[in-house]
Design a protein around this ligand. Structure first.
Ligand SMILES: O=C(CO)COP(=O)(O)O
Length: 249
């Protein structure tokens, strides 16, 4: 089964009206790619970015969403609002949301459901902390985070989702997992899913995230179960991000 690679840039809480013009300008010079190239700006810039990329192959993502449809939820943003701006993917369960804003596995699962119900695509982030890795709990943690979503939406829904494995110790630290470490976890995620659904396990794209740079991405992309990358810091530099996209082929 050939799975298309996805290279996604999570801009996190970075950028301004002005800086985005030059970042997108740089990305628009990239030319064609066999991979799907995705960018996730902060909410206030979705409109601006959506307009700037409308004639390109770049795909829009959001970094979070509410699990409610509408109403008295001050400060929240609904899936239908994201849909208005042509968003395709929604990052959910990013470790920064889990650790800094207390999102639980169950809350993440209800957000996944809201996104799926509207026909957009969740990009579900999972991954272990350094402490969990050192106590050999990497897979247990990933499986628990996946299971909460499976319990809520069923395993078949994973055909309409993307998984991003992001070990917390590799995020923003400059210390990427090695290609072999990533492959190891991606393979165990896929084999766990295959016990529930062969077809989901074959189809679901599993991205790696955590200090991805152009100098490390080609080794990662050569791994059979690594279907792309979720890039943080390096996605704020058009040249570096394009270089990563190029290594995906
Ligand atoms: O969290 C990440 C992407 O969602 C990874 O961030 P860095 O690439 O900056 O480590």
């Amino acid at each position: 089964m050939i799975r298309q690679k996805i290279v996604a840039g999570n801009w996190k809480m970075n950028g301004s009206k002005e800086s985005i013009v030059s970042l997108i300008g740089g990305l628009l010079e990239m030319g064609g790619s066999d991979s799907e190239v995705v960018i996730a700006p902060s909410f206030p810039y979705l409109s601006q970015v959506s307009e700037m990329i409308s004639d390109s192959a770049l795909v829009l993502a959001a970094q979070n969403v509410s699990n409610h449809e509408q109403g008295a939820y001050t400060g929240e943003v609904s899936v239908s609002m994201l849909n208005d701006f042509g968003v395709k993917y929604v990052l959910l369960g990013h470790s920064e949301r889990r650790s800094l804003y207390g999102e639980t596995d169950e809350q993440v699962a209800t957000k996944v459901k809201a996104v799926l119900d509207f026909g957009l695509t969740p990009m579900l982030c999972i991954g272990e902390t350094l402490e969990e890795r050192e106590s050999n709990k990497t897979f247990e943690v990933c499986q628990r985070q996946l299971q909460a979503v499976i319990d809520c939406v069923g395993v078949d829904s994973f055909e309409q989702m993307v998984i991003a494995y992001e070990p917390v110790w590799a995020i923003g630290t400059g210390l990427s997992a090695s290609a072999e470490q990533a492959q190891d976890v991606h393979q165990s995620i896929r084999s766990f899913l295959s016990t529930l659904s062969e077809s989901v396990a074959r189809k679901v794209q599993i991205l790696y995230g955590g200090s991805v740079k152009a100098s490390t991405s080609s080794a990662l992309f050569e791994m059979p179960d690594v279907d792309g990358a979720l890039v943080g810091g390096a996605s704020l530099d058009a040249k570096e991000f394009i270089a990563i996209v190029k290594t995906a082929g």
